[in-house]
Design a protein around this ligand. Structure first.
Ligand code: ADP
Length: 704
């Protein structure tokens, strides 16, 4: 068996394996099916060539010729599915080419079946047909490149078209035997390498990275030539024991494969894709560094300095959502300063995209915008235009999302290299997206850390407060008793008045100390499944007479079918009392005195139970809004400023949150409690790598 025969057989087996590696996948896309067909065609072609020569079979030679004729058809069908845009001019031309090629192929197949098949003219026609169809389709592929999503994407399509043409050219050399010319089967190796690249491309979602493609191409070709060289050496020196030589050569290649692939891949990356390699390195270093960061500010500074050091960005910025999600505030930036604040409402289209977790790339947006405008799709174009506007205002060309584990968007990382528009390849964008994901984890950890710190601080404060309260209450008791004693037989009107003031102030101090103790002690209570509706009903009954006396119209709208939530019922009533009392006090001096308490659930099945307390009291004064839940913040003469602080602690301890919606004519406090999910069946082997439990969410203040 000569080398040519052997290569044909090897090529048949390898291309069969490549086709099958795609075809055995459980769920296949159209392009994967078509790749399978193309691969099988190549395999059958090599196999019949092998059998025809080995057995000198004329029938097989004819079958081989027929398979050669169908080869461009399967190739074109695959290329069309691989990159074709439905409806584009490129797709139309590809369709026409396929139709014409099918007609010619049919004629040629008939000729192959006829006695004319040995005629040199028929063989030359086959060669010309294959040449024309393959190169035209590769040409169309090349032309399709500028319409690709980005400069890098088009670079890749061009690369594939060029390598494909080279492979086709070499493969055509395989046809020369039909014309009576015998040349060594050098094309086979290239065809197999190309086929391997294609199989990798269709197995991944996107066109395979140019960087990886060339790396694999060069590594594979090198190894193939090493194998051929070893085989050649062994055959020349050791005689004709082909099988033994092949085994030896294969063993050498198997041993060499991994180290050669790694080393060669690294060298190539440094040589051909220096920029990418540098970015990869910087991002890897940066990811390690931010994993150790605990403070939010430090995170911003580390990210910015790291990105700047990579020399791939001229602008970078990190925005974090404020508590009310009304805007995103600038935390840190590198390069020229971007705006301090991004308002949520106008940036909504961009934020919506980011919330889905996909990076947003300006040049892709601009390209899509042009396409939609061309097609007259004004609504889509408008959305894209707004995204582009926001990104330009932020001075970024790539925006990446910082999302919580639940998918909440709480930050944006933006980068730009002003030296070019599409400065980042899709894989580089993915690298940066990985960095943003790491930053999001760090951010979440830092919040957890801050919360722990806060908890420790509060626990210490609680202990201190208990001692302090004792120290204050004892003398207070004595002062009050003495004042009361003196009032009983005081004849002096003035002294009586002062003594009353003393008693009143002592009572007030006592109340403040009592509330402070409530605030300082841990708000765990006894969380048990609680029906919010019945708790509301009973509390409202309690406060009803107070409302009537104050001439307030207290309305109640209960959902009636609420799922239970886990909260201490007494504490829930305390929250409700605080909110309703505040509302009553807010409407006291208004013409319209209305307070509405309502309950409802959201989600299907219900995820949360909501409790609304709405009043017509004119809203929360602007100066208290930022510190509404801070202890001792009050605008009332006799207020302690602890009601909302205590309510906040109780609600967050129960895993819920309080939101405030301020209107011109009043305020609405919304308390949200999560509905507990039914316990999943217990896992006998809990996974130690499970993500930590979600943090209890904080209070959100929605500013007017
Ligand atoms: P206090 O009621 O003792 O002042 P809170 O913590 O309950 O303490 O309230 C803090 C402050 O928030 C109040 O002094 C008031 O200015 C403001 N506030 C609370 N609820 C309302 C409301 N429903 N409408 C207007 N302002 C309110």
């Amino acid at each position: 068996m000569d080398v040519r025969l052997q290569t044909s057989l090897i090529a048949a087996v390898v291309s069969l394996a490549l086709a099958m590696s795609v075809l055995v996948r459980s769920r296949k896309r159209r392009d994967q099916w078509l790749f399978g067909a193309f691969g099988l065609n190549v395999s059958a072609w090599y196999f019949t060539a092998f059998v025809a020569t080995w057995l000198e079979s004329h029938v097989m030679a004819r079958v081989n010729l027929a398979l050669g004729i169908t080869l461009p058809l399967t190739a074109v069908a695959f290329f069309a599915a691989f990159v074709g845009t439905p409806g584009g001019p490129g797709a139309l031309r590809m369709k026409r080419l396929r139709r014409a090629a099918s007609l010619v192929a049919l004629t040629l197949l008939v000729l192959t079946a006829s006695p004319l098949h040995e005629h040199i003219a028929v063989r030359a026609t086959v060669l010309v047909y294959v040449l024309v169809v393959l190169f035209t389709s590769l040409g169309l592929l090349y032309k399709r490149a500028p319409r690709a999503e980005s400069r890098f994407e088009s670079g890749r399509i061009r690369f594939l078209a060029v390598v494909g043409s080279l492979a086709a050219l070499f493969a055509l050399l395989e046809y020369l035997p039909y014309l009576g010319l015998e040349i060594p089967a050098v094309g086979t190796i290239l065809v197999l390498v190309f086929l391997y690249m294609l199989s990798q491309s269709v197995l991944r979602y996107r066109l395979i990275d140019l960087y990886e493609l060339s790396g694999r191409l060069i590594v594979l070709t090198t190894l193939a030539f090493v194998l051929a060289g070893i085989l050649w050496g062994l055959v020349s020196f050791g005689g004709g024991r082909y099988f033994l030589h092949a085994v030896v050569a294969s063993l050498v290649v198997l041993l060499l494969f991994d180290p050669v692939r790694t080393k060669l891949g690294e060298r190539l990356a440094q040589l051909l894709f220096r920029e990418r390699h540098a970015l990869e390195q910087s991002v890897a270093v940066l990811r390690r560094r931010i994993a150790r960061v605990l403070e939010v500010e430090e995170l911003g500074a580390t990210l910015m300095s790291g990105l700047e050091a990579s020399r791939r960005v001229t602008h970078a910025c990190l925005y974090l959502a404020d508590v009310g999600r009304q805007s995103f505030q600038l935390l840190a930036h590198a390069g020229p300063a971007p705006p301090e604040r991004i308002e949520t409402a106008p940036a909504r289209p961009l934020l919506d995209r980011l919330a889905q977790g996909t990076p947003v790339v300006l040049d892709v947006i601009l390209r899509q915008l042009e396409d939609h405008r061309d097609r007259g799709e004004d609504r889509e174009a408008e959305t894209l235009y707004e995204i582009a506007q926001t990104m330009q205002a932020m001075n970024t060309s790539v925006c990446l999302a910082l999302r919580s584990q639940e998918g909440d968007l709480y930050g944006i990382l933006g980068v730009r290299d002003e030296r070019m528009l599409d400065a980042f390849a899709p894989e580089e964008v993915q690298l940066l997206a990985g960095l943003a994901a790491q930053a999001a984890i760090t951010l979440e950890n830092s919040r957890l850390y801050q919360e722990l710190e806060e908890r420790d601080r509060l626990a210490a404060l609680g202990e201190m407060a208990a001692g302090l309260a004792h120290e204050i209450r004892n003398p207070l008791g004595a002062i009050k008793a003495s004042a009361q004693y003196l009032t009983e037989d005081s004849k002096d009107e003035h002294a009586d008045e002062f003594l009353h003031i003393i008693v009143e102030e002592v009572d007030r101090l006592n109340r403040v100390v009592g509330s402070f103790l409530d605030y300082a002690k841990p708000a765990s209570g006894d969380p048990a499944p609680t029906d919010v509706d019945s708790a509301v009903e009973r509390t409202v009954q309690l406060i009803g007479p107070e409302c009537q006396a104050a001439g307030v119209d207290l309305q109640l709208a209960l959902a009636g079918d609420l799922p239970q939530v886990r909260v201490d019922i007494e504490q829930l009533r305390q929250v409700l009392l605080n909110l309703v009392r505040n509302a009553l006090e807010a409407v006291a001096d208004r013409d319209e005195r209305r307070v509405k308490v309502s309950t409802m659930s959201v989600g299907e099945p219900p995820r949360e139970v909501l409790l609304h307390v709405e009043d017509t009291g004119g809203g929360i004064p602007a100066h208290v809004r930022p510190n509404l839940f801070v202890p001792f913040v009050t605008t009332k003469q006799k207020g302690t400023g602890l009601g909302l602080a205590i309510s906040h602690r109780i609600v967050t301890a129960a895993g819920g949150r309080i939101e405030v919606r301020n209107r011109d004519d009043g305020a609405t406090f919304v308390v949200r409690f999560p509905v507990p999910t039914p316990d999943p069946p217990s896992d006998p082997n809990p996974d130690p790598s499970e993500p930590p439990l979600p943090l209890p969410s904080g209070t959100e203040v929605v500013r007017a």
